[in-house]
Ligand binder design. Structure first.
Ligand SMILES: [Fe+2]
Length: 385
């Protein structure tokens, strides 16, 4: 019989110019915010100062921390937490893509709990405290503004786990598509593909529910229709708005149904080789679909048909057509970059396999083709190389 739980407690504030309202939300949760970004770009562009102004208007002070890498490192989040404590911040705002938002979440936990957070990120202990988090997403996207996950890399161990906890939900997610208009073409394509990968994996996950399936269907249809437009013309506001919606829907879907083999592998690849998340997913998604599609054929047929604009898969739709639809999309957005061109070496495979079925094993277990063996992971790596 049908049974499920559906808990995604995020106040989503969606629309052009919604960033201007951030102070109104922030003041509900604290008096001083740490704004976290990856690098100084948003300070130099004036966005950080604009946000500081919106906060100040509502009586909220702010500080700014930008020493965070794309694929944020645990030593960086410790430094950010020390800075937050020193400056008396009691809210953390993640401004950027998934890296900035995930770093903000990790800083929020590190400040509230103190001590070593790594056992909590490795899933060995339950996160028990976090400062309130506000997510301002500037990409479409990573889903992190909606989900209860935070992915952090430990540079000493090359592990890149995603911690999951209800305390890692943002209190408020501000999705202002105006912030995405200046996102460069390559980042638009990579983060746009991540949106699709979230929807594909959550839709086929063993934890899928009627809610998550609904989010995935709408997200996949939107990506099929709009992703090429955002890549071809970043200033296409309608397409940017729709991809921001797809990212948000996909975020809800992974909050409920998590991810499967491809994301599990992508984290392990990223941990070892510091690759771009969306590019790595694009390299491996066709092969992972080929491996898993016969275990849930109706769902995989729908994915391809939705990408091609059908409302549901026609009776004669073949599974291979779904792989072709995904491959065509990857090519059209310039994401057909094999792992070998992303800095991955065959000599990295053993460590990647170990991480995939080790600390990312929970994701593999949700794949329709689970259990996922080391041989399967190696085969996908070879096919994506
Ligand atoms: Fe992702």
């Amino acid at each position: 019989m049908l049974e499920f739980e559906n808990y995604v407690p995020v106040d989503v504030v969606f629309g052009l110019k919604k960033l201007e309202t951030i102070g109104k939300y922030a003041k509900k949760y604290g008096t001083k915010a740490l704004i976290v970004t990856t690098g100084p770009f948003f300070k130099e562009s004036g966005l950080v100062d604009r946000i500081a102004g919106y906060l100040k208007k509502e009586g909220v002070d702010s500080e700014y921390f930008c020493d965070v890498s794309p694929n944020p490192h645990s030593n960086e989040t410790y430094a950010g937490a020390n800075f937050a404590v020193k400056t008396g911040c009691n809210i953390v705002i993640g401004l950027g893509g998934g890296s900035a938002i995930d770093a903000a979440k990790c800083i929020a936990v590190t400040v509230a709990q103190g001590g070593d957070i790594w056992p909590y990120w490795m899933g060995q202990k339950e996160i028990y405290a976090a400062l309130p988090i506000i997510a301002v997403t500037t990409t479409s996207g990573t889903g992190s503004h909606i989900s209860q996950y935070s992915v952090i890399t430990n540079p000493e161990t090359n592990e890149k786990p995603g911690a999951g906890s209800p305390l890692l939900y943002a209190k408020v997610a501000i999705v202002d598509p105006e912030l995405m208009i200046s996102l460069p073409k390559k980042m638009t394509a990579a983060t746009g593909f991540d949106v699709l990968a979230h929807a594909i994996e959550a839709y086929t996950s063993k934890s899928a529910t009627p809610f998550s399936e609904m989010y995935c269907e709408r997200s996949i249809k939107i990506v099929g229709k709009y992703i090429r437009r955002t890549v071809q013309n970043g200033g296409d506001v309608e397409a940017r708005v729709m991809m921001a919606l797809a990212d948000t829907l996909s975020g809800f879907s992974i909050a409920i149904a998590v991810i499967t083999m491809c994301h599990a592998m992508s984290h392990a690849v990223g941990g070892v080789c510091n690759t771009v998340h969306g590019e790595t997913l694009a390299a491996m998604t066709p092969s992972t679909i080929r491996h898993s599609m016969s275990f849930s054929p109706e769902k995989y047929k729908n994915i391809g048909a939705w990408l091609k604009g059908y409302d549901k898969a026609p009776a004669d739709w073949k599974l291979e057509q779904t792989v072709e639809a995904v491959e065509e999309l990857i090519k059209d957005i310039g994401m057909d970059i094999p792992l070998s061109q992303q800095g991955v070496k065959r000599s990295d495979f053993d460590e990647i396999i170990k991480g995939t079925i080790g600390y990312m094993g929970g994701g593999c277990d949700l794949d329709p083709a689970a259990p996922i063996s080391a041989d399967v992971v190696r085969k996908v790596l070879e096919e994506s190389f």
